[in-house]
Design a protein around this ligand. Structure first.
Ligand code: SF4
Length: 405
């Protein structure tokens, strides 16, 4: 049985131009261009989050940043500050439609195709065609270079993934990405927006690609496939990195939350390591290309000292936890406090601690799911936050939360 019907799923995503109310004030989502922030942009956002918000910055599962805790009076100041950094779109509609995830080591990893020009072309097409503003605000694109750190297994309505000298084209379905064909690198961005236009025609801009229904999806697939080359049977998974690999460094923020001073310090450290920018990923780790392997090691050590995670075996990385109370008004439990206590326990499976049944932090099943309800947690095993709890346990009782009996 699903609890989805009881959940207030908002139909739009917050931006800088249209912040959203949350438990700790307004929050504004900043969309970096092509998944990268120049170091001065990162420092500017850190400063702005302290000056106009509460200094808490969340990394999102769409590889964006959320500045939290804005008061009504601070919104215009933040908008001006972010605009001066060049990170604001021309209007609310353009901002809402620019949902493009880019593989974080594009242009850094020599074994990966540099697909940033495709992402830039795609952003330009989305901004220039007002007809595409009929896409649902959560409709998203993914562009992956096929390197050692890959986002190609993440969920996006339309995926483009480098495959030799071509780009594989993927469509989101309820069962995952359906790689339907391939196109040239030069045409990849045009192909992606052409698919989006067909989707609008079939759906009237409602729902997501995976919600299209069997008949309309088959029609869309057939139309799309006519213009594509072969792709073979592709089975693609994401490849993550936390730690250093050569000169590339990936660091994670505990539960995807940075404080302003951490972002500012990390940007300074990245500069000292020879990096030009900071890349974001949908698993909420930050990536940097250092000048060499020695600089990467120095950066890792320094990042650890400011509270970032540099070890892929860190137990915090097994736990997804949404902001919970008091940051989110939908939660009655302090999810991150619970998550830290679970990280110190002997439980070794995947964990999702959710402030409510909406389950913002994780859509995939986890071994253990705790769902906040009236100050307690509903306990689910091998499921998602939307499953009916097997039982309830007090938030402070870690033994009861973990008890499978
Ligand atoms: S899952 Fe967490 S962040 Fe999302 S609405 Fe519920 S309490 Fe808020």
């Amino acid at each position: 049985m699903s609890l989805a019907a009881a959940i207030d799923v908002k139909g739009w995503c917050p931006g800088v131009l249209r912040p959203m109310q949350s438990g700790d004030g307004l929050l504004a989502r900043v969309r970096p261009w092509c998944g990268a922030l120049r170091l001065d942009e990162a420092k500017g956002l850190a400063d702005a989050s302290e000056r106009f918000g509460n200094g808490h910055i969340d990394l999102t599962r769409r590889a964006n940043l959320q500045i939290r805790g804005l008061g009504d009076a601070g919104v215009h100041g933040l908008q001006d500050a972010v605009d001066r950094l060049g990170l604001v779109d021309r209007d609310v509609e353009a901002e809402a439609g620019r949902n493009i995830m880019v593989s974080p080591l594009a242009g850094i990893d020599p074994d990966e195709a540099d697909i940033r020009p495709i992402a830039r072309a795609l952003a330009g097409l989305l901004a220039s065609d007002t007809g595409l503003q009929r896409l649902p605000s959560k409709f998203g694109f993914l562009v992956d270079g096929g390197g050692s750190v890959s986002i190609a297994g993440e969920r996006a309505d339309i995926s483009l993934r480098a495959l030799g000298r071509t780009m594989a084209v993927g469509l989101d379905t309820p069962a995952g990405t359906d790689w339907v064909g391939s196109t040239s690198i030069d045409e990849a961005a045009e192909v992606a927006v052409a698919i989006a236009r067909i989707f609008i025609g079939l759906s009237q801009g409602q729902g997501r690609l995976r919600d299209l229904g069997e008949g309309p999806f088959r029609r869309l697939r057939a139309i799309v496939q006519k213009g594509l080359g072969p792709v073979g049977n592709l089975s693609i998974e994401s490849r993550r990195l936390v730690g250093a690999k050569g000169s590339a460094v990936g660091v994670a923020a505990p539960f995807g939350r940075l404080d302003a001073h951490q972002l500012r310090s990390f940007a300074s450290l990245a500069g000292e390591a020879g990096a030009a920018d900071i890349r974001l990923s949908p698993w909420r780790a930050l990536y940097v290309g250092a000048r060499d392997a020695a600089a990467a090691q120095t950066l890792m050590k320094a990042a650890q000292e400011i509270g970032l995670i540099v070890n892929a075996n860190d137990p915090i990385l097994r736990i997804d936890a949404c902001p919970g109370a008091p940051a989110c008004r939908s939660s009655s439990v302090d999810t991150r406090r619970t998550a830290r206590r679970l990280a110190a326990s002997s439980f070794t499976g995947s964990v999702h601690v959710s402030g409510c049944a909406k389950g913002c932090a994780r859509s995939a099943p986890a071994d253990l799911v705790l769902v906040g309800e009236q100050g307690r947690y509903g306990v689910v095993h091998h499921g998602t936050a939307r499953n009916l709890p097997e039982r309830f346990a007090e938030a402070e009782d870690v033994g009861a939360l973990l008890d499978v009996g």
